[in-house]
Design a protein around this ligand. Structure first.
Ligand code: HEM
Ligand code: HEM
Length: 134
């Protein structure tokens, strides 16, 4: 039960931190601190999500149940994979030597980032239904 609480709270913190980072990238680009805040908040969000996954993994192991048994778990894995890719995609915007690739990288990062947030929201709803809260 305590692992479920830790799992849900970590994932809730990951989601709210990520949404704050996305709102900053969307509406605060005129501030000189926007990129630093966007980057740091998203790295914190990914760290919370990884911690949340570790809690889920031990929670499922402790019941002896098979892993990735329910749709929520599959959605969760897809969300986590996308979340882990996003920081690399964001850094690639600055690291690429091919200047012509920058607008494309920005576009892919923007859209995949939004998809990651939507997928995460869907996973949370599925998790709340699974836990009998919704
Ligand atoms: C985006 C946020 C979330 C992600 C990425 C996520 C991810 C996962 C993953 C990957 C598992 C399976 C672990 C395994 O099989 O080893 C899992 C299990 C579970 N999650 Fe989440 N979760 C999230 C949010 C939530 C929330 C908010 C709740 C509800 C309070 C919740 C409730 C559960 C429950 C009850 C299980 C156990 C399922 C089982 O018995 O197989 N999750 N989650
Ligand atoms: C989980 C990690 C991340 C997610 C989910 C994410 C998501 C997003 C989203 C949704 C946008 C578009 C906001 C909008 O205009 O509507 C955005 C913009 C941006 N992000 Fe990220 N981001 C992440 C990490 C990073 C990192 C680590 C960096 C840089 C080191 C970065 C650099 C940028 C830049 C430069 C933009 C502006 C792109 C443009 O001008 O179109 N992001 N991010």
């Amino acid at each position: 039960m305590i692992l479920l609480l830790f799992h849900a709270v970590s994932m809730g913190l990951a989601f709210s931190t990520m949404v704050s980072a996305i709102v900053i990238a969307r509406y605060f680009k005129t501030k000189k601190w926007w990129l630093k805040a966007h980057r740091i908040l998203n790295i914190i969000a990914v760290a919370f999500a990884v911690a949340g996954f570790v809690f889920a993994f031990f929670m499922v192991s402790s019941t002896g149940g098979p892993h990735i048994r329910v749709p929520h778990a599959a959605l969760g894995i897809a969300t986590l994979v996308l979340l882990l890719v996003m920081p690399f995609l964001g850094s690639a915007i600055f690291k690429t030597k091919d200047k012509k690739a920058i607008p494309k990288l920005k576009k892919v990062h923007r859209y995949l980032g939004r998809i990651a947030a939507l997928l995460m929201a869907a996973t949370i709803v599925a998790g709340l239904v699974l836990a009998g809260i919704l």
